[in-house]
Design a protein around this ligand. Structure first.
Ligand code: HEM
Ligand code: NAG
Ligand code: NAG
Ligand code: NAG
Ligand code: NAG
Ligand code: NAG
Ligand code: NAG
Length: 330
């Protein structure tokens, strides 16, 4: 009896210890040093091999990381497919996700990792590492990616719609959406700088060209009218055109400061880009960035990316390590 009580106490203490460890667990460098020493190298090799042939994917992959982190934390919930067993409409099918690309790329990396060390490296870490490595592969900034994220088991489309800022967002909405993730105005400006690369579909902003006030024929006065005319004449010739536009025309593959120069010239594509000029703090920060050096920008951008990569992460024994990124383990 005494022996039983003692062992029960020991077991309880042990469990408490495990919970405490789990609670304290946090992202760290070299998280897979023992469990899968080649993990980060495998990711990097794959990226460096394939991104030079498909550089536009770098933009898609950093955006994927952003959309993942903004809904239920950076837990790869963005990768979950609608499954016939639950019938859930997952984040992937939500409107903001319909223009996401790069799912196959993530699956390619994950299958190599599963071959090397099954069930060890999370899809959430794969997204974070792939985003960083692919930006570096295209000559952009490096940032630290501490690892040890675990994968979530829930993905709900309506949450993506509610929590990922829409391109029509005003300043207040952007500030609130970012604050809800622990990100401040500086992060908002720096992270929006990712719009220096990549493309947008006309449908993401053509209300500014054709239907701004809800009356067909109205245009957003915050968009440079010469630029608007040019877009209407060449790319987005009518409402709902399926054409894609370079967000930073002329250097949409180069991670530079020209996004901010465009925003100052009122040539940012989205209302959310233009909104950064409507607050004196973000406006003056943009001016500072444009007047500063690319090196300083890279350093500050890196700090904000690392911060974004920590949003709501699951560590320790929370969540799971998904075997296939598109489905929760059964
Ligand atoms: C501040 C709020 C933001 C809004 C409202 C927003 C909105 C959008 C929209 C509407 C698109 C175009 C999608 C399409 O039509 O194909 C886009 C593209 C993109 N966004 Fe954002 N975004 C925001 C922040 C961010 C952040 C924080 C990042 C990354 C750190 C990011 C990275 C990108 C990239 C790289 C693309 C191009 C994707 C591609 O080429 O496929 N965005 N964004
Ligand atoms: C499916 O949706 C239900 C209700 O919203 C939720 O409780 C459940 O966790 C979801 N499952 C997945 C895999 O997202
Ligand atoms: C910003 O947008 C939100 C949501 O659409 C709206 O409720 C709010 O009134 C807007 N704020 C300003 C200052 O226009
Ligand atoms: C114009 O915008 C309004 C309000 O957003 C919308 O209800 C309407 O369907 C739009 N018209 C067209 C032709 O897209
Ligand atoms: C464009 O798409 C919107 C939203 O799907 C729809 O309301 C509108 O009627 C469409 N307009 C045209 C001109 O096709
Ligand atoms: C689910 O995801 C996988 C891998 O990304 C993809 O190949 C497959 O077509 C998706 N299935 C559905 C039903 O969307
Ligand atoms: C990449 C991806 O899964 N895209 C999906 C987004 O949602 C639309 C509409 O539900 C689907 O048709 C796409 O396949």
């Amino acid at each position: 009896m005494g022996k039983f009580v003692t062992s029960a106490i020991v077991t309880t203490l042990l469990l408490l210890e495990i919970f405490a460890l789990a609670a304290r667990a946090q992202l760290q460098a070299n998280f897979y040093a023992k469990s899968c020493p080649n993990a980060e190298k495998i990711v990097q090799d794959y990226v460096y091999k394939h991104i030079p042939n498909a550089p536009s994917l770098a933009a898609a992959l950093i955006r994927m990381h952003f959309h993942d982190c903004f809904v239920r934390g950076c837990d790869a919930s963005v990768l979950l497919n609608v499954t016939s067993s639950t019938g859930n409409q997952t984040e992937r099918v939500a409107i903001p996700n319909r223009t996401l690309r790069g799912f196959g790329f993530i699956d390619g990396v994950k299958s190599l990792l599963e071959a090397e060390c099954p069930g060890v490296v999370s899809c959430a870490d794969v997204i974070a590492l792939v985003a960083r490595d692919s930006i570096v592969a295209t000559g952009g900034p490096f940032w630290n990616v501490p690892i040890g994220r675990r994968d979530g088991v829930i993905s709900i489309a309506s949450e993506a719609l509610a929590q990922i800022p829409a391109p029509t967002s005003n300043f207040t909405t952007l500030q609130n959406d970012f604050a809800a993730k622990g990100l401040d105005l500086k992060d908002l400006v720096l992270l929006s700088g990712a719009h220096t690369i990549g493309i947008s579909h006309c449908t993401s902003f053509d209300n500014r060209l054709y239907n701004f006030t809800g009356v067909v024929g109205t245009q957003d006065p915050a968009l440079d009218s010469e630029y608007a005319d040019n877009l209407k004449a060449n790319k987005c010739k009518f409402l709902n055109s399926t054409v894609k536009v370079e967000m930073d025309p002329g250097s949409f593959r180069t991670f530079d400061l020209s996004y901010y120069r465009l925003v100052l010239k009122r040539r940012g594509l989205f209302q959310s880009d233009a909104a950064l000029l409507t607050d004196s703090r973000t406006k003056s920060f943009i001016t500072q960035i444009v007047e500063g050096s690319l090196k300083n920008f890279y350093e500050e951008f890196a700090a904000s990316m690392e911060k974004m990569g920590r949003v709501g992460v699951k560590t320790g024994s929370v969540g799971e390590i998904r075997r296939h990124c598109a489905v929760v383990n059964s």
